[in-house]
Write a protein that binds this ligand. Sequence first.
Ligand code: FAD
Length: 239
Amino acid sequence: MAQLPSSKAVLFDVTPRQLLQIAGHRFSALYKWQLEKYRYGMGVFKIDWALDAPIPFTAAECHQAGTIHLGNTLEEIADGEKQTSEGKQAEKPFVLLAQQSLFDASRAPAGKHTAWAYCHVPNGSKTDMTEIIEKQVERFAPGFRERILAKSTMNTQQMEEYNPNYIGGDINGGTLDIRQLFTRPALRWSPYQTSDKGLYICSSSTPPGGGVHGMCGYYAAKRALQEVFGLKAPRLSYW
Ligand SMILES: Cc1cc2nc3c(=O)[nH]c(=O)nc-3n(C[C@H](O)[C@H](O)[C@H](O)COP(=O)(O)OP(=O)(O)OC[C@H]3O[C@@H](n4cnc5c(N)ncnc54)[C@H](O)[C@@H]3O)c2cc1C
C-alpha cells in the first residue's frame, strides 16, 4: 500500500484475498471479517491445442461457432456441474471450447488451427483432466485426437500462478450464487466502496460478477467519480 502514489481514489482490480494482503491494515474489523468470509468457487482445468486441421464435429452447426458448450443434454451438464460443485470429479464434465482460428487466420499458420477448452474442477484440484476433456471432445468430434499436433495444460494451481485473481482456479472472482450475487464482496450499501474512504474494489468479486464484461469496473468507477470527485453520473442505477 505504501508503494502506491498518493491519490484521492484507488481502485483495486483484485479479489478479497489480495485486497486484504495489500490494504487489510486500513480496514475496519467488520469489513476485514466480511472479506475473510468471502467464498471462492469451482476452479478450471484448461488445455490449449495446436491442431493439424479444424475439429471434426459431426454437428454441422459447430463449424459455424467460435465458442461451443459441450455437454450433450441439459441434464448431463447439470449433473456434471453439481458433482463438481460438491467437490467430486465428473466423468463427463461440461466443456467450454473455443476455436477462434476458424474465423481469425492470425491465430495459426496457414492450414493449421488452434483451440482451447476448459472444464470445471473442485477449487484447488490438481487432477489432470486432459484425458477426460479430450474424450468429451472426441465424443462429439470423432477423429479429433488425430489432429492434435501439440498441447499445453494448466491445472488450478497453474491458473492461479498465471493470474493471482484465479484463486484455486476460480476464474470468476468468487462463487456467484444467490447469497453472493449482490453481497460480493461484502454486504454494504455500495459494494465497490471499502471501509476506507478512497479505496475501492472493482474486480469481478463485485456485482454483477465475472461473465458480465467490464460492468464491475464501470459501476465502481461511477461510484468513485461521484463520491470522491462529486461528479454526478446521469443515472447511478442500483449500485
Ligand atoms: C479461459 C478463460 C475463459 C473465459 N471466458 C469468459 C467468457 O467467455 N465470458 C466471460 O464473461 N468471462 C470469461 N472469463 C472470465 C473473465 O476473464 C473474468 O471474469 C474477468 O477477466 C475478471 O476480470 P477482473 O477485472 O475481475 O480481473 P482480471 O481480468 O483477472 O484482472 C486482474 C488483474 O490484476 C492482476 N493482479 C491480481 N492480483 C494482483 C496483485 N496482488 N498485485 C498486482 N496485480 C494483481 C492480475 O494479474 C490481472 O492482470 C474467462 C476466463 C478464462 C481464464
